[in-house]
Design a protein around this ligand. Sequence first.
Ligand code: EPU
Length: 348
Amino acid sequence: MGKISTVLRHDVPLEDKNTLHLNAVAKNFYKIHKFGELKMVHKFYRQLYKEDKQIKLLVIGEGSNIVLANQDINALVVCPALKGFYIERQNKDEVFVNCSAGEKWRDFVIKCCQNGWSGLENLAGIYGTVGAAPVQNIGAYGEQVGDWIYKLKTYNVKTGKYKVYTAEKCRFAYRSSVFKTKHPFEMITSVTFRLNKHFILNDSYAALAAKFRDVPDYQITPLNVAKAVTEIRNSKLPDVNVLGNAGSFFKNPLVSKERYEELKKKYPDISAFDDDKGVKISAGWLIEKCGFKGKRKGNVGMYEKQALVLVNYGGATYQEVLSYAEDVKKAVFDTFNIELEAEPKIIE
Ligand code: EPU
């Protein structure tokens, strides 16, 4: 654990605090190690607010789903390094596990699997913290975290008040929740997950099903699924410590069934999957088709093994990232008449 400081730090470089490794600087920065320090964050916010009524809050966990779209971040940047998890209650089928916001998501998933609690195993290996996971409703391999969240607690740095949100109130949707666009002064402090004691494999994702095709049932455990998922991820996605990135840079766009049929006629190899509201087209396919897979411009490019991941080859500026993303969006729009939407949160 780092040293606990009771002072607000100023002009703190954020390059190692965001996985795209953009070199923005936080005007004000505070790392919280204990729940008791939240009151201090409230106090700091009030002091800053007196000087600047526009002052924003930016909560950074591992910074794995943000684009710092400015050099100077004029905000109170808070890093909630709150740790620990415990069982709130349980019955013969389910366990309700409360986890503090600052735990690393990938470590928490493994701990759940080791305890035989099932639900999160398909979400193994994802960067970020437990507190950040609900914000964009992280999802992978046929699962979304919102389906496993029972409730969560937030702290409002402006009012100094806690609030509890049931899963329903979080309004989880594809890579979205009420926290992505609303409640700018609330930070998630802990999340309660409702997990299964009895394991059911979700092998709806073909590459995962393939891993277990010839494996006897007794060897298919949450932990083995988590390991398989991590292997699949590692084979496609770049390691943030080697190549800066924020995971998928765009969402998979939703189109109507009719529009999909038209596209399919023109592009028989189009990659898409059914969704409740229509058909989701694989943005990676669209981007690859436009020739951006592995295409580098300056210090940025779309990853050679997964065209949906924008990577920083080192030293990229936010202008380069945004301008490259615009090039990609424009090419996809000009070719397919489909508008791509950024997936990470863009911090102006
Ligand atoms: N594809 C291509 N070219 C590419 C990449 C993908 O043609 O370069 C096509 C292929 O047909 C492939 C299909 O797209 O089968 C889907 O690709 P993949 O399974 O890699 O998944 P994705 O749709 O690109 C989504 C999530 C990922 C998640 C994976 C696996 C979004 C925005 N991304 O990617 O989440 O890991 O599914 O479930 O929904 C993230 O959100 O940061 C993230 C990495």
